[in-house]
Write a protein that binds this ligand. Structure first.
Ligand SMILES: [Ca+2]
Ligand SMILES: [Ca+2]
Length: 469
């Protein structure tokens, strides 16, 4: 390698580190906004969320309004679920450490104003929730704050409004730079205001409610689908349907008992935090990489029919993957970016529900996917690249199976010649770097699955930069 290339590598590694924002070993900070009680699905999402509560530093659970629930907030429902969680916390701790106490979760449960959308923005409209959001973001902590929005966004909008009115442009910019907003459509009219007023705010959003029928196209509905939203012939519907949820969730102790029967579709808001689970696949700072919560690319929304015509700033929104479905056919859609991982994230949830009631030996725990090389590799066109996941292990001593998945939609390489991985189901394998005329990146995912019940999967992502010969 010559000096210029070494410097280029050094620079690239440095930028990758800087862009990433935080190390993978650090917990992510998460603050939820939920219009809980508008329909059963936020309650479902919160049950799942609480079983992962040791994976993050949870900074707030804020009850909000939305287009579906305009003049009411329901913090009492959040507290009810925290009480149920408190009954199973000791059992969860048999399986993993770090589950927060019931007392702590209650202390960060807050309310927004019981008013709809922009009616709750402006002078005199501060609430316990909006003040809490400011406090959390202002904390002396370098890590950004992830804000999954399960209902309307007006509580966050009020926090932003106040900071904009009371601080210098530099301090406002600092405040905005710590926010990672992730909305499940526009569930009130403050989303468009936030996008327009804070053009630099990191914003991931799946289509909004205002466009007739948008739900039928939205990525997030790939979480489960139903007879109204389309069952997506390629996806396995059985594992998101009520009988499966009865057997794997609802009959599982005090927390499972809180999981309501699905009215429309299972957990429409869950995609907003599935991608925050540290599973080796998810890279939240890169929504375009794809993960359990789906894949999102930086688009100018007016190019998409479901956002307001006038909008010009880019946001991360629904991207499209081509995926082999359970029916043996290829499906090309944004929903497929989410349902392609459905079995893995449903099994993972089922295992965690087991953790709420079973001893360690009677439950399954995820394998550890490990690479015997760095996650970022370089190669020249024509060179053989070795991929090695043979250091992977399982805490239960389960047998592991391997799958190397080339993710063609991600990375800069546009396929001219197919990437042929020698043996996609071996722990160690190779592929030949394709011909390129300039440096190109390609993403290969290692999925390691155990043979426990339910089977669980963890990942590693290998990003290969290919240089011309
Ligand atoms: Ca909701
Ligand atoms: Ca296991």
């Amino acid at each position: 390698m010559n000096l210029i290339k070494s410097l280029l590598f050094a620079f690239m590694s440095f930028s990758a580190f800087v862009c990433h924002g935080q190390a993978d070993t650090e917990k992510r900070r998460v603050l939820i906004l939920t219009d809980i009680e508008n329909e059963p699905d936020d309650t479902q999402s919160l049950v799942r969320f609480l079983t992962y509560s040791n994976q993050w530093d949870i900074e707030g659970l804020v009850a909000t309004t939305s287009v579906h629930q305009k003049s009411r907030v329901a913090p009492e429902k959040i507290r009810q679920l925290i009480t149920a969680y408190g009954k199973v916390r000791n059992n969860l701790l048999l399986h993993e450490k770090g589950f927060p106490t019931e007392q702590y979760l209650n202390s960060i449960t807050k309310s927004a104003l019981p008013e709809f959308g922009m009616d709750a923005i402006g002078k005199g409209k501060d609430s316990e929730g909006s003040e809490w959001i400011i406090k959390v973001i202002d904390k002396e902590d370098k890590r950004p704050v992830w804000i999954p929005v399960w209902g309307g966004a007006n509580c966050l909008a009020q926090a932003l409004w106040k900071v904009r009115m009371t601080r210098s442009p530099e301090d406002l910019q600092k405040f905005v730079s710590k926010i990672r907003m992730y909305t499940i459509s526009d569930q009130d009219d403050t989303g468009p205001w936030i996008r327009k007023t804070f053009p630099d705010l990191f914003y991931v959003g799946s289509p909004g409610y205002h466009a007739a029928g948008a739900y039928h196209y939205a990525l997030w509905s790939g979480i489960s689908g139903d007879k109204f939203h389309g069952r997506f012939t390629g996806a396995n519907f059985e594992i998101v349907d009520n009988p499966w949820l009865d057997a794997n969730v609802r009959n599982h102790g005090p927390l499972g008992a809180e999981y309501p029967f699905t009215k429309f579709l299972m957990e429409g808001d869950t995609p907003s935090f599935l991608g925050l689970i540290p599973n080796g696949l998810n890279e939240p700072e890169h929504p375009e990489y794809g993960g359990w919560g789906g894949r999102y690319e930086l688009y100018t929304p007016r190019m998409q029919k479901w956002f307001y015509e006038a909008e010009t700033r880019p946001i991360y929104t629904d991207a499209v993957d081509e995926v082999m479905g359970v029916d043996g056919n290829y499906h090309t859609s944004s929903k497929a970016t989410l349902w392609r991982w459905r079995e893995a994230f449903q099994h993972d949830f089922a295992a965690r529900m087991d953790w709420t009631i079973k001893p360690f030996k009677e439950a399954n725990h995820p394998p550890k996917a490990l690479l015997k090389h760095a996650n970022q590799l370089t190669a020249k066109s024509g060179q053989a690249v070795t991929l090695n996941g043979s250091g992977s292990s399982d805490p239960d001593g389960n047998k592991l199976s391997f799958k190397w998945i080339y993710y063609p939609e991600v990375g800069t390489y546009v396929i001219k010649e197919p990437i042929k991985i020698e043996n996609t189901e071996a722990a160690q394998t190779t592929f030949v770097a394709p011909k390129v005329s300039k440096p190109e990146t390609l993403h290969i995912i290692l999925a390691v699955t155990d043979d426990g019940t339910p089977s669980l999967t963890r990942y590693q992502r290998v990003i290969v930069t290919v240089f011309p010969e």
